[in-house]
Design a protein around this ligand. Sequence first.
Ligand code: UD1
Length: 437
Amino acid sequence: MEIFRVQGGGRLVGEVRVGGAKNSILKLMAIALLAPGRTVLHNAPRIADVAIMSEVLRRLGCQVEVKPDTEKGCSTDSVSIDVPEDVGTEADYDLVRRLRASINVLGPLLARRGHVKVAHPGGDAIGSRGLDYHIAGLRRMGAEITSEHGFVIARAERLHGASIVLEFPSVGATENILAAAVLAKGCTVIDNAAREPEIGNIVAMLNGMGARVSGAGSSTLEVEGVEELVPVIHRTVPDRIVAGTWAYAVAIAQGDVLIRGADASHLRVALDKLAHAGAHITDLGADPIHGGFRVQMTQRPCAVDVVTLPFPGFATDMLPMAIALASVSEGPSLMTENVFDARFMFANEMARLGAEIRTDGHHAVVRGKEWLSGAPVRATDIRAGAGLVIAALRAEGFTEVSDIHHIDRGYPDFAAQLQRLGAQVERVQVAEPELGA
Ligand code: UD1
């Protein structure tokens, strides 16, 4: 098996480039299903999930080709997807369980084909993750939806526009309902919609395809249904969580790093917190090639409290980075998680590094120490894995992070990028420990 071996100490200095967001490219690939013909998506990150989503689309009859982007200085891919007229309607559990985002084919296929059968993805390491908001929204547009033998089965001759109020601004539900509404008959209003930049990116793509959607970035999306859509060439939005991870890594290890290709306006609360912790942040604008932001940190961070909320609040995916920061900050920090019920599972692994964390329901108090203490730990999900690696930058001795396939799902070339910034991080092959008799 492969692990990351991290030797703590030392500052991070230099430049990293952030590619497109995992949570954007997978959704854009599903959106491509709405139009027959060739869609091309640029700035796709080199992560395993793109290969899994490609397989989901291939099994629906699409041809998918992933090749390097030609833009100078970028190590991202372009994904071209040829969608047939008679695209398939079924997504099986073997792929859906490996990639929760496969559930995003539900809305597009229902709208295009009038029926769809997608395996229910179930929960995962960060908590129970329902589909009830997705289903309630599609039902309001006239879909008949049943759940049979682990599948969600939806049918509708032709969806119709509806007024939908989401109980919670769920990202996935907003995306599925939006994708269905663009081909529905009449007008759909989605209230309490998610406002994440990845939704704005989907709206831009949909409008490029001929859809009529307004309100991106606000809590109310208005959609006027059209008869058909055409394929487009579109660019994936930069990964704000990867950019935020780099920013928090610099605050933990101290140093001076330019994070190119990122958009600081997508990380306002997270960067404000860093500024309060003592970092100096310089916004270089949102130009995809030359823009980004710079983080400079020359002192031990001061403790800051964090409350996770839907965008534009502090992203739940950044909570492990905030806990890693709090663990080495001066003073106590209060962390409140409002989105996923099992995020604090990560605290157990952090405790192995000597972090002082006390959890109670959806709150945790972290008492910062000047140094953590290197130990073998296990990545339980993508973000927890990244949080452990950046915490290890400020741990005495060696930290060995196992189950790094989780980290690979969200962070292309993580160890090599950290090395280029001066961190002592290696990706090494080790023998699987044998159990005694
Ligand atoms: C997406 C992101 C994930 C991020 C999350 C919140 C992807 C692939 N994943 O996940 O990284 O952490 O947004 O920013 O883009 N819920 C229900 N019923 C539903 C839908 C959601 O109860 O029908 C609950 C969930 O269990 C969770 C909360 O609502 O507690 C938010 O979920 P949601 O915003 O839908 O997250 P995802 O789209 O699954």
